[in-house]
Design a protein around this ligand. Structure first.
Ligand SMILES: [Zn+2]
Length: 149
């Protein structure tokens, strides 16, 4: 008999398809895990609706839990409330910076490399629609910044 805490642990090992340094739990897309009568039910809130990664998330969850011997599995989308960048775990912000992506914050992002607040927007769209492309005016390095939702 598997417990919800174990499921959370396994899900924290599933990387986000787009930003592999973050797990799905870091990203805050797993809203609930319930175990009832041997059935595991997981509620997942998609991130940015235009994000191609979203479709892979459910497949990754399923693959992980099947590999752990979970047979009865139900993954349900939970649309409301919509996902917010506030749901990204605080400790995940540090992982993002180390990966070279500015964590989401209102207004201009800080440079993930040197920490300067003086940054300029180069493009609304970075490597994916969920990110914008910026350049640091202090160290001149271009970088992707998570869009704040
Ligand atoms: Zn910089």
């Amino acid at each position: 008999m598997v417990e919800a805490a174990q499921i959370w642990q396994w899900l924290s090992e599933v990387p986000d398809p787009e930003i592999p340094v973050l797990s799905l739990v870091d990203l805050g897309v797993i809203r609930a895990v319930e175990v009832m009568d041997g059935m595991v039910r997981i509620k997942v809130t998609p991130t940015y609706s235009g994000c191609p990664a979203t479709t892979f998330i459910n497949l990754d969850i399923e693959a992980k839990l099947r590999s752990k011997g979970i047979e009865k599995l139900q993954i349900e989308p939970q649309i409301a409330p919509p996902w917010s960048t506030d749901w990204i775990k605080p400790e995940a912000h540090e992982k993002l910076r180390e990966y070279g992506i500015a964590p989401p914050r209102p207004g201009q992002p800080y440079c993930p490399r040197c920490g300067a607040a003086d940054t300029e927007l180069l493009s609304q769209f970075g490597s994916t629609p969920c990110k914008s492309h910026y350049r640091c005016t202090a160290c001149l390095e271009p970088f992707d910044a998570f869009k704040c939702l």
